[in-house]
Design a protein around this ligand. Structure first.
Ligand SMILES: O=C(O)CCC(=O)C(=O)O
Ligand SMILES: [Fe+2]
Length: 284
């Protein structure tokens, strides 16, 4: 059964391009949502979290069985894997959304990240998760790296829902220059009076129902409220790459930035989490 109409999918795609995020209701449902809730609760109950992850709540990477069997895991003896990951990565309703939204050349990382926020856990700092700011692909008006998120419980301001700054994936804000690299030692060691925890006038809340699909551009500035309730708030997150360089989406009607074709085959584009010249100034 179709989960969304082509027209609705196009509206969601426009929002993803304009704002850097969109929400598709009711994608993870029924038994798979229940089994993930049980698996993640059991995992979190028995696995201690290093205190450096206190702002993220946890950062567990679970591989798929497919990845394990094809010997693509770095430490297959010790690193976790589960067939539940294959089920979530291959979820037909999500694949249909991606198809209708025109995500060409899509490749999923074969892992699910469990990012939990424990009862009474702190806020998550403002950050963006893009890691290729040195590469000309960083300037595209379309997303080339996205994360698909499902929360296993309904989220609200009280239990630590996501927040985002619409458009911050394409425009440099003064806040960008105050932020250390996401999830690196500097921000992990910071106290919560760091500017990365300040409120922002353009921020919007993204409360969702359990199992809604939240799609975010990796370049989007986002954060989360503290969890002031007695119940854990868990997020299952998957990374996907789209439109491999130097592709342009077949449906793209707007101009392609000249900088997109800057690519020098002799250059080495070191990974970087810090936006450079490819993030347009907010005045431009
Ligand atoms: O906890 C959340 O809602 C967002 C988590 C996140 O963005 C991250 O850990 O990079
Ligand atoms: Fe993030």
């Amino acid at each position: 059964m179709s989960v969304l109409t082509p027209q609705f999918a196009l509206e969601k795609r426009e929002q993803l391009i304009r704002d850097g995020f969109c929400v598709i209701p009711g994608i993870l449902q029924g038994s798979l949502l229940e089994r993930w809730r049980a698996f993640s609760d059991e995992w979190l109950d028995r696995t201690p979290v290093d205190q450096k992850y206190r702002y993220q709540g946890s950062d567990f990477h679970i591989s798929s069985e497919r990845r394990f069997r094809s010997k693509r895991m770095t430490h297959p003896e010790t690193d976790p894997w589960s067939p539940l990951v294959d089920e979530l990565v291959d979820l037909p309703a999500a694949a249909e959304v991606c198809e209708l939204m025109g995500f060409e050349g899509r490749e999923a990382d074969d892992t699910v990240l469990i990012l939990s926020k424990p009862a009474h856990g702190p806020a998550l700092y403002w950050h963006q998760d893009f890691m290729e700011w040195n590469h000309p692909k960083a300037c595209t008006p379309w997303p080339t790296r996205i994360f698909l998120s499902y929360y296993t419980v309904d989220t609200t301001r009280e239990n630590g829902c996501l927040r985002a700054i619409p458009g911050s994936h394409l425009k440099r804000l003064p806040l960008h220059d105050l932020l250390p690299a996401a999830h690196g030692p500097e921000i992990q060691a910071a106290t919560d009076d760091h500017p990365a925890f300040l409120d922002h006038p353009d921020a919007v809340d993204l409360p969702v129902k359990a199992g809604d699909l939240v799609i975010n551009d990796a370049r989007l500035l986002h954060a989360a409220y503290p969890n002031s309730t007695d119940t854990r708030r868990t997020l299952l997150l998957q990374w996907h790459s789209l439109f491999p360089y130097p592709n342009v989406p077949s449906w793209w009607k707007g101009p392609v930035p000249e900088a997109y074709y800057d690519y020098d085959p002799k250059a080495v584009y070191e990974p970087s989490r810090i936006p450079g010249k490819y993030l347009a100034d907010f005045n431009s």
